[in-house]
Design a binder for this molecule. Structure first.
Ligand SMILES: *Cc1c(COP(=O)(O)O)cnc(C)c1O
Length: 231
Protein backbone atom coordinates (compact mmCIF):
# COMPACT_ATOMS: atom_id res chain seq x y z
CA UNK A 1 0.00 0.00 0.00
CA UNK A 2 2.79 2.44 0.88
CA UNK A 3 4.41 1.70 -2.48
CA UNK A 4 1.26 2.54 -4.45
CA UNK A 5 0.48 5.65 -2.39
CA UNK A 6 4.04 6.92 -2.81
CA UNK A 7 3.82 6.42 -6.54
CA UNK A 8 0.60 8.41 -6.60
CA UNK A 9 2.07 11.26 -4.51
CA UNK A 10 5.17 11.41 -6.72
CA UNK A 11 2.99 11.51 -9.80
CA UNK A 12 0.93 14.36 -8.35
CA UNK A 13 4.10 16.26 -7.39
CA UNK A 14 5.35 16.03 -10.91
CA UNK A 15 1.98 17.07 -12.41
CA UNK A 16 1.68 20.07 -10.08
CA UNK A 17 5.25 21.14 -10.85
CA UNK A 18 4.75 20.82 -14.61
CA UNK A 19 1.55 22.82 -14.45
CA UNK A 20 3.52 25.88 -13.34
CA UNK A 21 6.72 25.14 -15.27
CA UNK A 22 8.77 23.95 -12.33
CA UNK A 23 11.22 21.06 -12.25
CA UNK A 24 9.79 18.35 -9.94
CA UNK A 25 13.36 17.74 -8.71
CA UNK A 26 13.17 21.09 -6.90
CA UNK A 27 10.62 19.59 -4.53
CA UNK A 28 11.65 17.38 -1.62
CA UNK A 29 9.00 15.00 -0.37
CA UNK A 30 9.14 14.58 3.39
CA UNK A 31 7.30 11.46 4.49
CA UNK A 32 5.66 12.34 7.79
CA UNK A 33 5.95 9.14 9.80
CA UNK A 34 4.63 10.31 13.17
CA UNK A 35 2.55 7.62 14.95
CA UNK A 36 3.53 5.00 12.34
CA UNK A 37 5.88 2.18 13.33
CA UNK A 38 9.46 1.98 12.12
CA UNK A 39 8.42 -0.90 9.87
CA UNK A 40 6.42 1.60 7.79
CA UNK A 41 9.52 3.79 7.54
CA UNK A 42 11.56 0.79 6.39
CA UNK A 43 8.97 0.12 3.71
CA UNK A 44 9.15 3.71 2.48
CA UNK A 45 12.97 3.59 2.47
CA UNK A 46 12.79 0.59 0.17
CA UNK A 47 10.70 2.75 -2.18
CA UNK A 48 13.37 5.43 -2.22
CA UNK A 49 12.23 7.84 0.53
CA UNK A 50 15.17 9.64 2.07
CA UNK A 51 13.45 12.27 4.21
CA UNK A 52 11.19 11.64 7.20
CA UNK A 53 9.31 14.07 9.41
CA UNK A 54 8.39 13.56 13.06
CA UNK A 55 6.54 15.77 15.54
CA UNK A 56 7.82 14.66 18.91
CA UNK A 57 11.39 14.56 20.17
CA UNK A 58 10.96 11.27 22.04
CA UNK A 59 9.40 9.46 19.10
CA UNK A 60 12.03 10.86 16.76
CA UNK A 61 14.90 9.75 18.99
CA UNK A 62 13.42 6.28 19.26
CA UNK A 63 13.06 5.95 15.49
CA UNK A 64 16.60 7.21 14.92
CA UNK A 65 17.71 4.31 17.13
CA UNK A 66 15.57 1.81 15.25
CA UNK A 67 16.38 2.83 11.68
CA UNK A 68 19.91 2.01 10.60
CA UNK A 69 19.78 3.51 7.09
CA UNK A 70 21.24 7.00 6.74
CA UNK A 71 18.04 8.98 6.15
CA UNK A 72 17.37 12.68 6.77
CA UNK A 73 15.32 13.38 9.88
CA UNK A 74 13.14 16.48 10.02
CA UNK A 75 11.59 17.76 13.22
CA UNK A 76 8.33 19.38 12.15
CA UNK A 77 6.37 19.65 15.42
CA UNK A 78 6.43 22.16 18.25
CA UNK A 79 9.72 21.94 20.14
CA UNK A 80 9.90 22.56 23.88
CA UNK A 81 12.99 24.42 25.02
CA UNK A 82 13.92 21.73 27.55
CA UNK A 83 13.98 19.07 24.81
CA UNK A 84 16.44 20.86 22.53
CA UNK A 85 19.44 19.15 24.10
CA UNK A 86 18.14 15.72 23.05
CA UNK A 87 17.69 16.63 19.43
CA UNK A 88 20.49 18.96 18.43
CA UNK A 89 22.91 17.17 16.10
CA UNK A 90 20.38 14.54 15.07
CA UNK A 91 18.24 16.40 12.56
CA UNK A 92 18.79 17.44 8.99
CA UNK A 93 16.45 20.36 9.60
CA UNK A 94 14.22 21.73 12.36
CA UNK A 95 11.13 23.18 10.65
CA UNK A 96 9.46 24.56 13.76
CA UNK A 97 11.61 27.39 15.08
CA UNK A 98 8.75 29.55 16.32
CA UNK A 99 10.16 31.86 19.02
CA UNK A 100 13.38 33.63 19.91
CA UNK A 101 13.77 31.81 23.24
CA UNK A 102 13.90 28.56 21.31
CA UNK A 103 16.50 29.99 18.93
CA UNK A 104 18.65 30.97 21.91
CA UNK A 105 18.49 27.45 23.33
CA UNK A 106 19.30 25.85 19.95
CA UNK A 107 22.23 28.24 19.68
CA UNK A 108 23.46 27.30 23.17
CA UNK A 109 23.17 23.55 22.65
CA UNK A 110 24.69 23.71 19.16
CA UNK A 111 27.64 25.73 20.44
CA UNK A 112 28.24 23.11 23.15
CA UNK A 113 28.42 20.41 20.47
CA UNK A 114 30.34 22.67 18.12
CA UNK A 115 27.84 22.21 15.29
CA UNK A 116 25.61 24.41 13.17
CA UNK A 117 21.91 23.53 13.34
CA UNK A 118 19.80 24.18 10.26
CA UNK A 119 16.34 25.56 10.88
CA UNK A 120 13.28 27.03 9.22
CA UNK A 121 11.25 29.80 10.81
CA UNK A 122 7.68 28.70 11.35
CA UNK A 123 5.21 31.39 10.38
CA UNK A 124 1.58 31.47 11.52
CA UNK A 125 0.43 33.06 8.28
CA UNK A 126 -3.30 32.71 8.97
CA UNK A 127 -2.83 34.01 12.52
CA UNK A 128 -4.68 31.08 14.05
CA UNK A 129 -4.84 31.13 17.85
CA UNK A 130 -4.36 27.36 17.97
CA UNK A 131 -1.14 27.39 15.95
CA UNK A 132 2.47 28.08 16.77
CA UNK A 133 4.75 30.30 14.74
CA UNK A 134 5.86 33.88 14.32
CA UNK A 135 3.26 36.32 13.12
CA UNK A 136 3.96 37.66 9.63
CA UNK A 137 4.94 41.06 11.01
CA UNK A 138 7.36 39.52 13.55
CA UNK A 139 9.42 37.51 11.11
CA UNK A 140 11.78 40.18 9.80
CA UNK A 141 12.91 41.14 13.30
CA UNK A 142 13.34 37.48 14.25
CA UNK A 143 15.45 36.83 11.16
CA UNK A 144 17.64 39.79 11.98
CA UNK A 145 18.26 38.57 15.53
CA UNK A 146 18.85 34.95 14.56
CA UNK A 147 21.27 36.01 11.83
CA UNK A 148 23.61 37.00 14.69
CA UNK A 149 23.62 33.47 16.14
CA UNK A 150 26.68 31.64 14.90
CA UNK A 151 25.49 28.07 15.47
CA UNK A 152 22.13 28.41 13.75
CA UNK A 153 21.62 28.57 10.02
CA UNK A 154 18.23 29.74 8.80
CA UNK A 155 17.47 27.96 5.53
CA UNK A 156 13.99 29.30 4.88
CA UNK A 157 10.40 29.37 6.09
CA UNK A 158 7.70 26.89 7.04
CA UNK A 159 3.98 27.15 7.62
CA UNK A 160 1.18 24.86 8.70
CA UNK A 161 -1.84 26.07 6.77
CA UNK A 162 -5.35 25.81 8.22
CA UNK A 163 -7.34 22.65 7.69
CA UNK A 164 -9.76 23.42 4.87
CA UNK A 165 -12.24 21.36 2.86
CA UNK A 166 -11.13 22.97 -0.38
CA UNK A 167 -7.33 23.18 -0.69
CA UNK A 168 -7.73 26.18 -3.03
CA UNK A 169 -8.64 28.15 0.11
CA UNK A 170 -5.01 27.87 1.25
CA UNK A 171 -3.53 29.31 -1.92
CA UNK A 172 -3.32 32.85 -0.48
CA UNK A 173 -1.58 31.48 2.63
CA UNK A 174 1.12 29.83 0.53
CA UNK A 175 1.43 32.92 -1.65
CA UNK A 176 2.00 35.09 1.42
CA UNK A 177 4.76 32.83 2.72
CA UNK A 178 6.45 32.92 -0.66
CA UNK A 179 6.17 36.72 -0.72
CA UNK A 180 7.69 36.95 2.73
CA UNK A 181 10.62 34.79 1.69
CA UNK A 182 11.28 37.12 -1.25
CA UNK A 183 11.15 40.13 1.11
CA UNK A 184 13.71 38.49 3.41
CA UNK A 185 15.96 37.64 0.49
CA UNK A 186 15.88 41.27 -0.62
CA UNK A 187 17.15 42.39 2.80
CA UNK A 188 20.40 40.46 2.18
CA UNK A 189 20.98 39.45 5.79
CA UNK A 190 24.26 37.70 6.58
CA UNK A 191 23.98 34.01 7.35
CA UNK A 192 20.35 33.72 6.19
CA UNK A 193 19.09 31.67 3.27
CA UNK A 194 15.54 31.61 1.94
CA UNK A 195 16.03 28.65 -0.36
CA UNK A 196 13.59 26.37 1.45
CA UNK A 197 9.82 26.85 1.63
CA UNK A 198 8.26 24.04 3.64
CA UNK A 199 4.52 24.16 2.97
CA UNK A 200 1.75 21.82 1.93
CA UNK A 201 0.45 18.60 3.54
CA UNK A 202 -1.61 15.65 2.22
CA UNK A 203 -4.65 17.81 1.64
CA UNK A 204 -3.07 20.76 -0.12
CA UNK A 205 0.47 19.95 -1.30
CA UNK A 206 -0.41 20.37 -4.98
CA UNK A 207 -1.52 23.95 -4.39
CA UNK A 208 1.59 24.57 -2.26
CA UNK A 209 3.82 23.34 -5.10
CA UNK A 210 2.06 25.67 -7.54
CA UNK A 211 2.86 28.51 -5.11
CA UNK A 212 6.55 27.68 -4.75
CA UNK A 213 6.94 24.98 -2.06
CA UNK A 214 10.37 23.30 -2.13
CA UNK A 215 9.51 20.87 0.68
CA UNK A 216 6.15 19.26 1.26
CA UNK A 217 5.27 17.32 4.40
CA UNK A 218 3.00 14.41 3.56
CA UNK A 219 1.78 11.81 6.06
CA UNK A 220 -1.68 10.36 5.48
CA UNK A 221 -1.46 10.33 1.68
CA UNK A 222 1.55 7.97 2.00
CA UNK A 223 0.93 5.94 5.15
CA UNK A 224 -2.86 6.07 5.53
CA UNK A 225 -4.92 7.42 8.41
CA UNK A 226 -3.15 7.76 11.74
CA UNK A 227 -4.25 5.84 14.80
CA UNK A 228 -3.67 8.23 17.68
CA UNK A 229 -4.98 5.77 20.28
CA UNK A 230 -1.68 3.88 20.03
CA UNK A 231 0.56 6.96 19.98
C1 LIG B 1 1.16 15.72 10.73
C2 LIG B 1 1.82 16.85 10.05
C3 LIG B 1 1.98 16.86 8.66
C4 LIG B 1 1.40 15.80 7.73
O1 LIG B 1 0.01 15.85 7.73
P1 LIG B 1 -0.85 14.93 6.71
O2 LIG B 1 -2.14 15.64 6.63
O3 LIG B 1 -0.95 13.59 7.35
O4 LIG B 1 -0.13 14.89 5.44
C5 LIG B 1 2.67 17.93 8.10
N1 LIG B 1 3.18 18.92 8.85
C6 LIG B 1 3.06 18.94 10.19
C7 LIG B 1 3.64 20.06 10.97
C8 LIG B 1 2.35 17.91 10.84
O5 LIG B 1 2.21 17.96 12.16
Amino acid sequence: MIKAQLEEVRFQISEAAKKVGRDPKEITLIAVSKTYPSSAIEEAILEGCLDFGENHVQELCQKIEEISEPVNWHLIGHLQTNKVKYIVGKTQLIHSLDRLKLAEEIERQSEKKNIITKVLLEVNVANEASKHGFKLEEVMNAVEQISQMKHIKVEGLMTVAPFVENPEDNRTIFRKLYGLSVDIQNQKFDNISTSILSMGMSNDYKIAIEEGATMIRVGTAIFGNRDYSKA
